[in-house]
Write a protein that binds this ligand. Structure first.
Ligand code: ATP
Ligand code: MG
Length: 557
């Protein structure tokens, strides 16, 4: 995949505006989340774009919470959103809330009433919908459309005072019930909701609609480039109509194609269902496409920013393969992760010619990708080890380069061993593998002259740290769960989480810190889970070493 890209269409637009001295060459963007859920990877694209564009042109970005739906919004979401944006590496110039502008928006609405451009409608939601018409058929004027300015001002004031019940009245813009663009058919500006708001409490019982709040908020903040996803393109004429009629600062809206990712869902409404119905452990479940889920899974901010850059921005909708996201994190972790050894499915190996009661410490490079090898740690080595059960075969096929009776392998960072014998229990399970080692074959000092094709990882038994390891797969079995018939939750992958309760880790992992990234050699990239405790280490697999979806075998280096 090509990773070098020319300027995208938004960069071109902004560059031209800056060159032409529009807004004095000033660039101010905003990221406008609704605090009704946690941010997901689609939001990350929007964040990288808004903050990235502003930065590129010496501008800044506001964080504006679009909090005009009181019943769905919560402070918990506000806090999580701020945490996630900062974790991604961005800092907003100002933190604003659409609710900061409720008084100003109310005043704007009164101005439109005074200009004869807005009216109070007593019709029910059903009546309004019925009068709306269809894309091919004009709508009908409401019987309340010709109320006088005085009557409208009075009714609107009484709506605010709380004299009417929810749904009894709305304020509508008076535009054109025959407009080809349905959004211009006298759109709602305000509705009555006797619901407490997470910031304004009971101060308001009327709340502005998105279309009346968003553009005006942009304008109040003097946003120069208001960037949103393509579904808002049809709202743009309305965005411009309000600004024009109110004669306020003319922010401009630009649209780009949203991020669609396969094998997951990305609307907050659906993600909330997964949380509430306990299909996942929470918004930050490592299988969730949320930023907090990806963070807990072990993704780095760099890898997500790189992903955003790699997928680019366009005006054409497409679906990005989940593997692209995994590619980005794998590439970054390959560069930074400490190489360690953990045995996920342990079987005992005894080196019969190694002296009993002796332990030697073998030096092991932490990261061969780094120039200095990432430093060196010491690995205890003695007579009894753990190795992976799958690294031993009783009846190996040709070209099998791991352990089997009579075969030799190298133990990583240690010695070449030869398998002499094994112990099997009554059920046919191997319980012990018996080998001899070649003392002259020590890694870095090998004078044995023996060449073996396979290298396997191992953990010293007496110093091993038992731990839990969680392996993840796609959360859904189908590419586009939201598009399937029926409930999207019917398509959840029942094997998306595999818990390995008794893995054995090398002792250095006792000191693992929350932010550490590890490559468990031959097993993938891992990080400590937030549920880990010093007494019970829990690791998450972030991603496999290679794309498991294009059939592969983990190589033996
Ligand atoms: P959702 O449908 O997931 O709830 P939303 O659009 O309702 O998303 P908002 O909080 O309103 O969520 O979105 C904040 C910003 O993030 C908006 O500018 C929106 O266009 C952008 N955004 C949301 N989803 C995506 C996506 N999949 N790709 C790119 N940008 C997105
Ligand atoms: Mg929204």
């Amino acid at each position: 995949m090509s990773t070098e890209k020319g300027p995208n269409f938004l960069e071109e637009i902004i560059a031209e505006d800056v060159n032409n001295g529009k807004h004095g060459g000033r660039v101010l963007t905003r990221f406008p989340p609704e605090p009704n859920g946690y941010l997901h990877i689609g939001h990350a694209k929007s964040i990288c774009l808004n903050f990235g564009l502003a930065k590129k042109f010496g501008g800044t970005t506001n964080l504006r919470f679009d909090d005009t739906n009181p019943e769905k919004e919560e402070t918990e979401y506000v806090e999580s959103i701020k945490r996630d944006i900062q974790w991604l590496g961005f800092q907003w110039a100002n933190e604003f809330y659409a609710s900061d502008y409720f008084e100003q928006l109310y005043e704007y609405a009164r101005q439109l009433i005074q200009k004869g451009l807005a009216y109070v409608d007593d019709s029910s939601a059903e009546e309004i919908a019925a009068m709306k018409g269809t894309p091919t058929e004009s709508g009908k004027n409401s019987p309340f459309r010709d109320r006088t300015v005085e009557e409208n001002l009075d009714l609107f004031a009484r709506m605010r005072k709380g004299e009417f019940k929810d749904g009894e009245k709305v304020l509508r813009a008076k535009i054109d019930m025959a407009a080809a663009n349905m959004h211009l058919r006298d759109p709602l500006m305000y509705r009555i909701k006797h619901t407490a708001h997470h910031r304004t409490g009971d101060e308001w019982c009327i709340y502005p609609m998105y279309d009346f709040a968003h553009g005006q908020s942009d304008s109040i903040e003097r946003i120069t480039h208001s960037i949103c996803t393509l579904e808002f393109e049809v709202h743009r004429p309305l965005y411009e109509w309000f600004i024009e009629k109110l004669e306020i600062f003319a922010s401009h809206q630009y649209e780009f194609a949203r991020l669609n990712l396969n094998f997951t869902v990305m609307s907050k409404r659906r993600l909330l269902q997964l949380v509430q119905e306990k299909f996942v452990s929470g918004w930050d479940d490592p299988r969730m496409p949320t930023i907090s889920g990806l963070r807990r899974r072990g993704f780095t901010p760099e890898s997500i920013r790189r992903f955003a850059e790699m997928i680019g921005v366009a005006r054409r909708e497409n679906v990005i393969d989940f593997g692209v996201l995994e590619f980005c994190v794998r590439e970054h972790l390959n560069a930074i992760a400490k190489r360690v050894m953990v045995v996920l499915d342990p079987v005992k190996l005894v080196i019969t010619n190694y002296p009993e009661g002796t332990t030697e410490n073998l030096p092991a490079e932490n990261n061969p990708e780094l120039e200095d090898g990432g430093g060196v740690r010491e690995l205890p080595f003695s007579r009894e080890l753990w190795i992976e059960r799958e690294d031993f075969k009783l009846n190996p096929e040709k070209k099998y380069f791991r352990l089997a009776p009579g075969l030799m392998v190298r133990l990583k960072h240690a010695y070449i061993i030869k398998c002499d014998d094994y112990v099997m229990d009554d059920n046919g399970n191997i319980t012990e593998i018996r080998c001899t080692y070649i003392p002259e074959s020590k890694s870095g000092h090998d004078t044995s002259g023996i060449h073996v094709k396979g290298t396997i990882h191992w953990v010293n038994k007496s110093t091993a740290v038992p731990c839990e390891v969680r392996l993840y797969d796609r959360l859904f079995r189908v590419e586009n769960p939201a598009a399937e018939e029926g409930d999207f939750k019917d398509h959840i992958n029942p094997h998306s989480l595999e818990i390995i309760a008794n893995a054995m880790a090398e002792p250095s992992l006792r000191n693992a810190a929350a932010d550490d990234k590890f490559q468990f050699m031959r097993k993938g990239y891992f990080c400590l889970d937030t549920a880990s405790t010093p007494d019970r280490l829990v690791f998450n697999r972030t991603v496999q070493l290679k794309d498991s979806w294009s059939k592969q075998k983990v190589s033996l280096e």
